[in-house]
Design a protein around this ligand. Structure first.
Ligand SMILES: Cc1cc2nc3c(=O)[nH]c(=O)nc-3n(C[C@H](O)[C@H](O)[C@H](O)COP(=O)(O)OP(=O)(O)OC[C@H]3O[C@@H](n4cnc5c(N)ncnc54)[C@H](O)[C@@H]3O)c2cc1C
Length: 488
């Protein structure tokens, strides 16, 4: 039954019962019943009686009786009979019995209304208010704030909307998404760092972002360990407290890859990596430093070694960097009059017969021809086999004299994953099925450079995992890019 109809009926009935007191006090049965019932109706609608608390209910309504006495017996009744309101002492004394009557009526009304909530017919009783159930929270934790992790978080935000039963958390070493395809432009001075990085917190509106380094993953206990200093906010009840561990129900592995030197520690010691903004800025500074030193160097052999920039690896990262540094270096020549043009050399060393293996043959060949025409030197079917101060050793046998070696030739899935009891492919990538689920590990998912993703149709309908199916919002389709190399 509608709440207000129920309250109106309850108030009317309580008013009718209580009007017996009013009839006695006013000495007018019609007036007493009409007034008593009407006030009861208004009381029921306005106050909404609750069960229990009879004394409180009675006293509150008795106070109401005083106001009704002043309004009805002191003002309205005399006015209705053509007299002045009984403001005087004499008038008050005359209406004192009515005051007692109204107060008793109010107390009875409050008492009866409460009693009816407890003992009246069922349809008059208020529906008991159930405590709001706290929804069981499903905790989805995404490790990695790169293309894989951020895209996952954005899609999950869309799928679950404001659903309070799902908590999304993303852990990343950096607090910004780096647009790696343009990292070469930062190294080559045509873009600044801020142009290619987007703060995670501005694009992820309902995901808790934790900046910190993941140091351990416990698949048994379903917990993530973070480096000291990483702060995981605790629930509001623990305001101001932080933890360094994170529990999950679903875990998304998107930690990407790290440079791999396949055991060549001498190369690792000499090389600059090219994965982060710091790497790109370091490379730019190195190029500028080499030009400055070469400008005042009288020995042309030493100058050449300073102005030779070797990049190992002809994938996206290496090819983009070679093109960018070549343009940068040749553009700088205008400001270094002591440096002959032919002494600047950007060398791309690549172990296969064509660069950019991710592209089609004709497109990769076109890229190579364009870059060669602009002055990039290519050494195909060639490997870096070692390095020492000022020299890079190649296979087939050759020595390049240089002070700058950038390594983009090999990556391996994140080393943290090696410690997990999960099936991995030859590269070390965690094997996942076409839905990105790790087979045999309920609630563990993987994607991007740290995963081995089977090639599929390109669009995979994603359903909520069974453990999330109680959540209200219908699930939408999200796209997934197949291929183990991450976003292309
Ligand atoms: C210079 C460069 C240029 C590229 N150009 C292209 C291109 O043109 N086209 C293309 O398709 N691909 C390109 N790529 C490859 C592309 O960037 C990757 O395939 C893609 O970034 C993979 O996404 P991911 O999410 O798996 O890993 P990443 O984007 O590398 O993200 C991994 C994330 O995990 C975080 N992380 C790592 N370890 C930890 C830890 N212990 N704790 C917390 N967080 C951690 C990292 O900070 C990072 O945010 C390029 C790569 C580079 C380096």
């Amino acid at each position: 039954m509608n709440t207000y109809i129920r309250r109106a009926m309850l108030g009317t009935f309580a008013g009718l019962v209580s009007s017996a007191v009013l009839v006695l006090a006013l000495g007018n049965s019609v007036l007493g019943v009409v007034l008593g019932t009407t006030v009861g109706l208004a009381y029921g609608l306005g106050v909404g009686p609750r069960s229990g608390g009879y004394f409180d209910g009675g006293m509150t309504a008795a106070a109401l009786g005083v106001a009704l006495w002043a309004m009805v017996s002191v003002i309205l009744v005399p006015l209705a009979s053509g007299e002045e309101p009984y403001w005087t002492t004499e008038g008050m004394r005359l209406t004192f019995p009515a005051l007692v009557g109204w107060v008793l009526y109010g107390a009875t009304l409050g008492f009866v209304a409460r009693a009816m909530c407890d003992f009246g017919p069922t349809f008059l009783r208020p529906v008991p208010e159930l405590p709001t159930p706290i929804p069981a929270r499903t905790r989805i934790v995404i490790l990695g704030g790169g293309f894989g992790g951020v895209t996952t978080a954005l899609h999950l935000e869309q799928v679950f909307g404001a659903d309070p039963s799902v908590a999304l958390t993303l852990v990343s070493e950096t607090n910004a998404l780096l647009f790696t395809p343009m990292l070469a432009e930062v190294a080559g001075g045509s873009l600044e760092a801020a142009h290619i990085s987007c703060p995670l917190r501005t694009s992820l509106r309902r995901t808790t972002v934790i900046r910190g380094q993941v140091t351990g993953i416990d698949l048994e206990q379903r917990r993530i360990r973070l480096s000291p200093g990483a702060r995981v906010p605790l629930p509001p009840s623990d305001t101001g407290k932080f933890a360094e561990e994170l529990a999950y129900d679903h875990l998304v592995l998107a930690l990407g890859a790290v440079p791999s030197y396949v055991g060549m520690s001498d190369v690792q010691a000499q090389a600059i990596e090219f994965k982060s903004l710091a790497d790109a800025i370091r490379i730019r500074s190195q190029v500028i430093d080499m030009f400055e030193r070469a400008d005042s160097e009288p020995d042309s052999g030493v100058r050449r070694s300073m102005l030779t920039f070797v990049i190992a690896g002809g994938g996206f990262a290496g090819a983009e960097l070679a093109g960018s540094l070549n343009d940068y270096g040749r553009g700088m020549l205008a400001y270094y009059p002591n440096i002959p043009t032919d002494e600047v050399k950007v060398v791309l060393v690549h172990s296969r017969e064509r660069i950019l293996p991710e592209l089609s043959g004709p497109l990769a060949d076109y890229a190579l021809r364009q870059m060669a025409a602009r002055g990039v030197t290519f050494k195909l079917n060639t490997r870096v086999r070692g390095a020492r101060d000022g020299v890079v050793l190649l296979q087939p046998e050759e020595e390049l004299r240089t002070h700058t070696l950038v390594w983009t030739a090999g990556t391996a899935p994140h080393p943290l994953l090696q410690a997990l009891a999960l099936a991995r492919d030859r590269r070390g990538g965690v094997i996942v099925d076409p839905t990105l689920a790790v087979p045999g590990q309920e609630g563990v998912w993987g994607l991007g450079d740290c995963a081995a993703v089977p090639h599929g149709s390109g669009v995979i309908p994603v359903r909520r995992p069974r453990s999330l199916q109680s959540a209200k919002r219908p699930c939408s389709r999200v796209t997934s890019t197949p291929g183990s190399e991450g976003c292309r």
